[in-house]
Ligand binder design. Structure first.
Ligand SMILES: [Fe+2]
Length: 255
C-alpha cells in the first residue's frame, strides 16, 4: 500500500498542526486554570487553619483566665499562702517537663495544679486556719478537700486530666496518702509531680510560725521522702532543675 505523498503530507500538516497547537494551548490553559484553583484552595485552607489556630489560642486563653480567677478566689482566703497556687504551678510545670510530660499534649495539667485545693472552699475558716491541734473530726473534714474539689469540677470537661491532680494531690508513693490510698504508678504522674512541687513550695515559703527555708534544705527533705512520700522519678527530676531556675520562677511571681 502506498503511503501519503508529499502533497498529501503537507495538506495533512496544514490541517493538523494548527489543530494540535490549539488543543495544546487549550490543555495548557486548563492546566494553568486548575493550578490557580488549587492555589486558591491552598490559600483558603491556610486562612482557615490560621483562624482555627487563633480561635483555639483564644479559647485556651479564656480557659486559663477562668481557671486563674477561680484559683485566685480560693487563695484570697489565706493571706499567708498568697500566690501559693501560682508558684506551685510554676514549679510543677518545670518538673513536669523534666519528667517528660508533654504540656502541649496535656495543657489541662496546669489547670489541675492551679485548682488543686479548690475543695478547701468547703472547709470553714475556723478549722482551716486553726493554729492549735486539730481534732480527728476536723482533720477528717480537711482531708476531704481533694474529693470535694474533684466533685466541684466533675462536669467541667475542659479540665480533663487536671481533675486527677485535684483528686490525687495528697496520695503518697507508699500508699498511705489520701483520699484513695493509691500507691506507686497507680497515682497519676501529674499528681506525683505536684506532690513534690507542693512540698518544695511549702518548705520555702514563710509561715506565721516559721520563716521559709532554703531550696537546698527543701531538696534534702524531698530526697529523704523518695520512695515513701514521693515518686523517685519525680524526685530525680527535681535534681535537673537548678536553684537558680527555681528562684527565677519564684521571683517571677513575687510581685
Ligand atoms: Fe491540698
Amino acid at each position: 500500500m502506498e503511503g501519503p505523498d508529499g502533497d498529501e503530507l503537507s495538506a495533512l500538516n496544514e490541517d493538523t498542526v494548527p489543530t494540535l497547537r490549539a488543543r495544546l494551548r487549550q490543555t495548557e490553559q486548563e492546566a494553568a486554570a486548575r493550578q490557580r484553583q488549587l492555589e486558591r484552595y491552598a490559600a483558603d485552607l491556610r486562612e482557615v487553619f490560621k483562624q482555627e489556630r487563633a480561635r483555639a489560642q483564644e479559647l485556651r486563653r479564656s480557659y486559663r483566665a477562668t481557671v486563674r480567677a477561680l484559683s485566685n478566689a480560693v487563695e484570697a482566703r489565706d493571706a499567708y499562702t498568697g500566690k501559693h497556687a501560682e508558684r506551685v504551678t510554676a514549679y510543677g510545670m518545670e518538673l513536669a517537663r523534666a519528667v517528660g510530660i508533654s504540656l502541649e499534649e496535656s495543657p489541662q495539667i496546669e489547670f489541675g495544679f492551679l485548682l488543686h485545693d479548690i475543695g478547701k472552699v468547703a472547709v470553714p475558716d475556723a478549722i482551716l486556719f486553726k493554729t492549735s491541734r486539730l481534732t480527728d473530726e476536723e482533720y477528717t473534714l480537711i482531708a476531704q478537700h481533694p474529693v470535694v474539689g474533684a466533685e466541684i469540677l466533675r462536669d467541667v470537661d475542659f479540665l480533663g486530666e487536671g481533675k486527677l491532680v485535684v483528686r490525687h494531690h495528697h496520695e503518697r508513693w507508699d500508699g498511705t496518702g489520701y483520699p484513695d490510698q493509691l500507691s506507686g504508678d497507680d497515682i497519676p504522674l501529674a499528681a506525683r509531680v505536684f506532690a513534690v512541687a507542693d512540698t518544695l513550695d511549702a518548705l520555702t515559703t514563710d509561715r506565721p510560725y516559721r520563716p521559709g527555708g532554703s531550696f537546698a534544705d527543701a531538696r534534702r527533705v524531698v530526697a529523704a521522702g523518695a520512695g515513701t512520700q514521693f515518686c523517685p522519678t519525680c524526685v530525680a527530676a527535681l535534681h535537673e532543675v537548678s536553684d537558680h531556675r527555681l528562684e527565677e520562677l519564684r521571683m517571677g511571681l513575687s510581685a
